[in-house]
Structures are given as C-alpha cells and as structure tokens.
Design a protein around this ligand. Structure first.
Ligand code: NAP
Length: 537
C-alpha cells in the first residue's frame, strides 16, 4: 500500500494535516519527529497559508519579526529578517525555508483540497476524500487551516457585468496585477485595506476608497532589523520561547502597569506618546484598564483621533476617517505604514458608504446612491468568515453525519480550542477558545502542535486509538472563555471575534481573552495530569 495515494483508493496514515501555513508546516515536522506517518494537504500550490494567498501589495505582519517566526533553536539562527515587520514576500520565503529545514516538502500534496472526512468508529479513523478524487484513511485529522482563511466573497449586484478587473486581497493573484495609471476602487478598510491602500495610491491614476466603518489605525514604526538584537535572541532561543509563552500576547510588546486614573493627564500623554513612537499593537495596552474601562479607553482613543487630525490636511476627510462609535481596540486595531498620509494625495478620494451606500457594480465602475465612479480595477478587502469558515467548508462528518460546527449555533464550544466533543481524533490548531488571533499566531501554532504531538505519543504509549474531550471539560472551558471576556468593552461591539445570537442578541467572545500565559499554564496542567479533561479509548 503506498503512502501517497497514487495507486490505491485507500491508504493509511497516522495523521493527515490540512493546511501548509505556519501551523501545518510545524505540525508535519513535529509529528514526523514523533515517528508518525503524516500526509499534508494544501489547496494552494505552495507553502504559506495566509501568506501564500494574501499577497496584496503592502501585506505585512504586525507582530515583530524577531518573534513572528519559529522560536526554535533548530532554525532560528539560520534566518535573517531585513525589517522589524517583515513584508509578505519575505515571510513567504521564510516559510519555504522553514519547510525545507523541517523537511516536510515531500509530505505534502499541493493543489489538493480535502473535500470531506468521515469518521469510522469501527476502525477509529477518518476516511479523507480529496479533490483529486482519491481517498486516504488516517487515525487523526489535524485542521491547521487558520482562523482567517475563508474569505468573505463579494456579493454586490452587477459584479458579473463589470468589464474591468476585480481582485480580493485575501486571494491576490499570483500573476502581476496592473496598477500603474489605473483608476482603482478599494472596498473595505480593515487591516488588509489599510495596508493595501497606501500602495495602490502610489500607482493609481485615481484611487477611490469605499469606507463603511472607520477603523483606528496606528503606525507600525517599521525599521530595518536590529541584527544585534536578533543574534541575542538566537543565542538563547529556548529561554526566549519560555519567556514568550509566559506573556499575554507572545511578544515583547510593552504592557501598561497602571490604570489611567492612577496617572496625571501629563503622565498619561507622555506614556501615550511613547507607545505611539514604539508603534503597533502596544497602543492596545497603554493602561491596564483600557480594554474594560470606558473612561480609560476614551483617553487612548482621543489621543489617536488627534493624531489623525494632525496628519490629514483636509479636516472634513479627517473627521470621516475618525472612528467615534466604538472604543479603541474593540475591533482589531489596524497597524499601518503611511495610511492617513495617503489621504493628503490629490489622487485619493474617500467615499463614506454609510452616508452614500453602494447600490451596485456597473459595467464600468461602482454606483452609490448619489454618485457613479468609473474604475478599471476593484479591490475587495472585505475580510473573512472567521474562525468557523474553514471548518464549515471542510465537510467533516462524525458517525451521526454531523459537522463540528453544527452545535455551535450559540457560539463555538471547544475544550482548549483544540477539540470539540462528538469528533474523536479531530484537532483544530489555534481554534476558537484558544488565544488564537489575540496572540502571536506562529507561537500559538507551535504550542498547539507540541501539545497535540505529545498527546498522540501518550496515546501510542498507552495503546489508545481514540481521544475526545469530555462534555464536562468542554462545558467548563467554554464557560471560562466566556468569563475571561465578560468585562471587555469589545464584547459589546460588532466584530469578527464576537458571536451574536440572533434571537436574544446575547454574545459570545470567540477566542480566549485570558492571555497566552494563562492558557499555556492550563494546557501544561492538563498534560501533567494525564490529559485531564480528555477521554481515551
Ligand atoms: P476586516 O477587518 O473584517 O475588514 C473588512 C472590511 O470590509 C471592513 O472595513 C468592512 O466594513 C468592509 N466591508 C465588508 N463588507 C462590506 C460591504 N458589503 N460594503 C462595504 N464594506 C464592507 O478584514 P481584513 O481587513 O481582511 O482583516 C481581517 C483580519 O486579518 C484582521 O483583523 C487581522 O486579524 C488579519 N490581518 C492582519 C494583518 C496584519 O498582520 N498586518 C493584515 C491583514 C489582515 P465594516 O467594518 O463596516 O464591516
């Protein structure tokens, strides 16, 4: 029986890993190290996951590259980043470098989608169907599909009749997209829009930005890499790993140590300015109480609003760009390079689609209620069907024919964000109920993969063929996830991290907001106590 599914309808692997992003690469490597046979499946034609598909101009990480990488002595010192916040092409090159160092290339089938997975309780395995028409069986299925991989598709009336070109930031074409001298529209001003807009403005004859909700954005304060700092980290990678998983976000970002009210207005402003100059997500943690206390939050929000007013020359445009309806950090803070400055260019026009809604796409552009904009290219930066999208699309079925998300209609239910009841041997990497998008995702992936690899070794050593969380453990953890977010201002704001129940408007916060440090302490305790909360067979 071959292991690549080429001449047999059914072949056996210990583990099938879906996804060749940062999580999948590390998973295949770690499982192989544990002596397991592994097949990786990836719908794209190469490694990279989110960094493979989101290759839009300006795409860049917003966690410092010193730590947005495998903090692993095996490979850390062999790579050199050029910038503090690496751009997409460099991250893609890095992930390819890592895939080779970790020797996983030969384990992957690329351009191959998992089209379904059926659990068979008589053999304790999944039968996994693939887009090439073949099928394999595996004891364990690991979904390393990311939380932001299923893009929200543009559903504007008239799009089919558009005579120009349209693209999505989330699936930017691999071939070059002509931008020079074009009339371009961008719809969406989240993190992706905020990054792509300054780049498009430099090339376009005219750029129209269609903004529905203004977002807070702060400068990355990008700079060349500090080689000495990188080498220092390289000398003590294992200590740095331990340090990072003991932090709230898996970074060395400074965090506030006092409440806003404990400081004088002058001290507050001085600290805000320091954080602004430091750049990036540090603006989320200037004061210890800014995520839960509206007054503290308002001080940070007003500081950022003032920066927008100082940057954007036309006061009317500045006011349109300034969010006023929700606290700062309650939707994911955008991190930019020259975003607000872009609106000082003569070739850029901001269209507020809340005041003047988009009615339809026409053959030659975009028709809002009051105006018509002729464009050659439309860039959709509309975001993702976050957290559950990839699972919903994967057609994973248990013995009752249910899918993992079937019982999540009132919000995701998982144990540690890793597994959900009713689906033995199915692991989710960085899933709902884990720190996920609230922390450094590469670190989160590594931590999850190591936990799973150890659990699989434990199973092997104990002769178990089935692992599943208990109902009690899942209920307790789901309640704990809700509790950790209960005081957060962001729970009350529409954003992709909040699940809203349509009937009574009650809300569930999807990722675990208690911090990576507390999460890791809990998973370590679970491991040390013989996988307490999991049932084996
Ligand atoms: P997003 O934050 O969900 O933003 C989507 C944007 O599209 C919003 O401005 C949204 O407006 C707009 N939109 C959606 N449907 C629309 C419609 N029908 N008409 C007009 N506007 C519409 O998505 P994203 O920018 O792709 O970012 C998603 C996440 O990916 C980020 O939060 C972050 O976690 C990650 N990301 C990270 C980086 C980075 O590391 N630097 C870069 C990009 C993305 P509303 O706000 O009104 O809904």
């Amino acid at each position: 029986m071959t292991k690549d599914g080429t001449n047999s309808a059914v072949t056996d692997y210990d583990v099938v890993v879906v996804g060749a992003g940062a999580g999948g690469i590390f998973a295949v490597h770690e499982f192989k190290e544990k002596g397991l046979s592994v097949l990786g499946l990836e719908s794209g034609s190469g490694f990279g996951g989110v960094w493979f598909h989101n290759r839009y101009p300006g795409a860049r990480v917003d966690v410092e590259s010193y730590f947005y990488c495998y903090v692993d002595p095996k490979i850390y010192s062999e790579w050199k980043w050029s910038e503090r916040y690496a751009a997409q092409p460099e991250i893609l090159a890095y992930l390819n470098f890592a895939a080779d160092k970790y020797d996983v290339r030969g384990n992957y089938k690329f351009s191959t989608r998992m089209t379904g997975a059926q659990w068979d309780p008589s053999t304790d395995s999944y039968t996994i169907a693939m887009s090439d028409g073949k099928a394999v069986t595996a004891r364990v299925l690991v979904m390393a599909t990311g939380q932001l991989s299923e893009a929200r598709k543009p559903s504007f009336d008239g799009l089919d009749d558009f005579k120009g070109e349209w693209v999505q930031t989330s699936h930017w074409p691999e071939h070059p997209v002509a931008l020079k001298g074009k009339r371009i529209a961008v719809i969406g001003t989240g993190s992706s829009g905020v990054q792509v807009i300054p780049q498009l403005a430099k090339e376009a004859e005219r750029l129209y930005v269609f903004q529905r909700t203004a977002n807070y954005s702060v400068p990355a304060q990008n700079s060349p890499m500090d080689e000495g700092r990188y080498q220092d980290i390289a000398r003590g990678v294992e200590d740095v790993w331990r340090e990072l998983v003991g932090t709230f976000s898996g970074t060395r970002n400074p965090r506030g140590s006092a409440r806003a009210a404990d400081m004088s207005p002058e001290e507050q402003q001085q600290l805000l300015q320091e954080r602004w100059e430091h750049g990036g997500h540090t603006m989320n943690s200037v004061f210890t109480d800014q995520s839960s206390n509206a007054d503290a939050n308002a001080i940070v929000a007003e500081f950022v609003r003032d920066k927008v007013r100082q940057t954007v020359k036309d006061p009317a445009v500045a006011e349109k760009l300034i969010p006023t309806e929700y606290p700062i950090g309650s939707r994911r803070l955008c991190v930019d390079i020259g975003y607000y400055e872009t609106y000082n260019r003569d070739n850029v026009t901001l269209v507020n689609v809340k005041a003047d809604p988009i009615e339809r796409i026409t053959p030659h552009g975009i028709k809002t209620r009051d105006q018509e904009f002729e464009v050659d290219l439309i860039v959709f930066a509309l975001g993702f069907d976050a957290f559950t999208g990839a699972l919903d699309q994967s057609n994973i079925r248990n013995e009752k024919g249910e899918q993992p998300t079937d019982k999540w209609d009132r919000g995701p239910k998982t144990f540690l964000g890793l597994m959900t009841t009713g689906f033995p041997n199915l692991f989710i990497v960085t899933g709902p109920g884990s720190p996920s998008v609230l922390a450094n995702m590469i670190l989160g992936n590594m931590q999850h993969v190591r936990f799973i690899a150890n659990a699989l070794t434990y199973m092997k050593d104990h002769g178990h063929t089935r692992i599943e969380p208990t109902e009690e453990a899942q209920t307790e953890w789901t309640a704990h996830v809700a509790d950790a977010a209960s005081k957060l201002l962001r729970l009350g704001v529409e954003n992709y991290m909040v699940h809203v129940n349509k009937d009574d408007q009650s809300r569930t916060f999807i990722p675990y907001a208690g911090g990576l440090d507390k999460y890791v302490a809990r998973t370590n305790a679970v491991e040390e106590n013989g996988y307490q909360g999991f049932a084996f067979a």
